[in-house]
Design a protein around this ligand. Structure first.
Ligand SMILES: NC(=O)c1ccc[n+]([C@@H]2O[C@H](COP(=O)([O-])OP(=O)(O)OC[C@H]3O[C@@H](n4cnc5c(N)ncnc54)[C@H](OP(=O)(O)O)[C@@H]3O)[C@@H](O)[C@H]2O)c1
Length: 249
């Protein structure tokens, strides 16, 4: 492995780069430059969403990068308003055009909203897999019950549930479910929007200094965890983890 290479995690026989670049809140030239730089540095997994309004800039960066399309793992997400059968089909065509790609590696339902037709949405997503427009489908922000319901409703196995996962956000039940059923749990906001870095735990165990920013991984990333990495998962907690950290760092 070269020093720039990010390892894959494998579920359902699918290799997914373990670390991805998240693009939430990135816009315009900043977004294009961030994605282009990330690709230069070795990132191969880029996470965007229709709701982020930056698919075109992500696409521009991908087009400018010296990376074969087959090496990339491109994810986008259906905005809540695009959940009917027709809207899924139409909006994915628009996403493909903006991203400048013939196919998506992963298409997610962004949120489990009640008013949206889950079965209808998944039927359209299944068809996109059947016709090769989308390689894999999944969900985001689904709890265990909703994830199970979605898996039952879909023809194709869901690859992932992308959820907030960091020491302040307990996802143990979901992680266990994903391990049992060979799904990837994709962690968003792994740094708790940066808040994790200000805890005594991080300062002691990861840097040993009072200025973690210089030594920590870059922000805006979406990392992926599976059963193979579960032993290294942070102890999730909804309260500040000072006590736990003092015993583990
Ligand atoms: N599926 C969903 O519903 C959903 C929701 C949220 C996020 N996501 C995905 O997950 C990605 C990551 O989310 P996130 O931005 O909340 O991730 P995060 O890694 O938890 O937070 C990153 C932010 O932490 C702050 N930060 C403070 N100190 C830092 C340091 N030393 N190093 C790096 N960052 C530091 C930065 O904010 P400042 O720039 O303000 O300093 C940075 O933007 C998103 O881009 C998106 O792709 C998905």
């Amino acid at each position: 492995m070269s020093e720039r290479e990010i390892p894959d995690v494998t579920v359902q026989g699918v290799d997914v780069p373990a670390l991805g670049l998240g693009t939430w809140r990135l816009a315009g030239e900043d977004c294009r430059r961030a994605v282009e730089t990330a690709l230069e540095l070795g990132y191969r997994h880029v996470d965007t969403a229709q709701a982020y309004g930056n698919e075109r800039e992500v696409g521009d960066a991908v087009a400018a990068a010296d990376v074969d399309r087959e090496e990339l793992f491109l994810t986008t997400k259906l905005v809540n308003g695009n959940r009917s059968y027709d809207d899924v089909r139409r909006s994915v065509e628009e996403s493909l055009a903006k991203l400048g790609t013939a196919y998506l590696d992963l298409l997610l339902i962004h949120n489990p909203i009640q008013r949206a037709p889950l079965t209808e949405t998944l039927r359209a997503m299944d068809e996109l897999v059947d016709d090769g427009t989308v390689r894999h489908v999944g969900v985001s922000n689904f709890d265990v019950d909703r994830l199970h319901e979605a898996r039952e409703a879909a023809d194709h196995e869901l690859l992932t549930d992308q959820v907030q996962f960091n020491p302040y956000w307990d996802q143990t039940a979901l992680l266990d479910y994903c391990e049992i059923h060979d799904l990837v749990l994709t962690a968003y906001s792994p740094l708790g929007h940066g808040g994790v870095l200000t805890t005594p735990c991080w300062r002691r165990s990861a840097t040993g200094t009072a200025s973690p920013r210089r030594r920590s991984p870059s922000g805006g990333v979406s990392s992926t965890r599976t059963s193979r990495s579960s032993r290294r998962r942070p102890h999730a907690s909804t309260s500040p983890p000072t006590e736990r950290c003092s015993t583990s760092s």
